[in-house]
Design a protein around this ligand. Structure first.
Ligand code: ADP
Length: 182
């Protein structure tokens, strides 16, 4: 299942599936601030990329920067993934919505797009950042994500962004909101 909308010179797609299987220039990982790997999409990306090589690359970054604050993004190779690169970003943990969650979630998407642009990445796939264990209300997250992606594509930062949703219910929600925004 996939739907695609045009946005300025590029396009934005919403599809159902497993982000680790996508052949795109880069996939975005919903990481934690220690880049330590974990459950959810982060665990799936680590397993598919190859845990040892990806963990070594992440440890090297953490040695340099200490930790990755919410809203920021860094890049590693994709190793065993079909994607050439992984952009690791950290979404906010939902604490009721009055703790800068919307701004930090927007920054996670914005900074991932900006980093992709600096690395000549033209096709970029995102998971639903913060919508798993971090507890962000899905409809609110979808509005923020799709608005930021639309603006970034219109500005020419990437040619195509793909939101990859795990499960049909999530896909239905995101494609309804995309229909509204795009
Ligand atoms: P966070 O800690 O940012 O909330 P999670 O990994 O817990 O991140 O969840 C983020 C979203 O990723 C959830 O909506 C979850 O259903 C989804 N997800 C989990 N595995 C995959 C996968 N292989 N491909 C795409 N999305 C996935």
């Amino acid at each position: 299942m996939q739907r695609t909308w045009s946005a300025g010179p590029g396009r934005l797609s919403v599809r159902e599936g497993d982000i680790t299987r996508l052949t795109v220039d880069a996939v975005v990982n919903a990481a934690n601030s220690r880049l330590a790997g974990g459950g959810g999409v982060d665990g799936a990306i680590h397993r598919a990329a190859g845990i040892d090589r990806l963990q070594a690359a992440c440890r090297e970054i953490i040695r340099e920067i200490g930790s990755l604050p919410p809203g920021e993004a860094v890049i590693t190779p994709g190793f065993g993934l079909p994607a050439r690169h992984i952009i690791h970003t950290v979404g906010p943990i939902w604490r009721g919505g009055a703790n800068s969650e919307p701004e930090l979630l927007g920054n996670a998407y914005r900074n991932s797009l900006a980093l992709a642009h600096r690395h000549d990445i033209q096709t970029l796939a995102f998971p639903a950042i913060s919508c798993g264990v971090y507890g962000y209300p899905v409809e609110d997250a979808a509005r923020i994500a799709l608005t930021v992606l639309k603006e970034g594509i219109e500005a020419g930062l990437v040619i195509e962004a793909v939101m990859v949703l795990h499960g049909e219910a999530a896909y239905d929600t995101w494609s309804r909101i995309a229909e509204d925004i795009l």
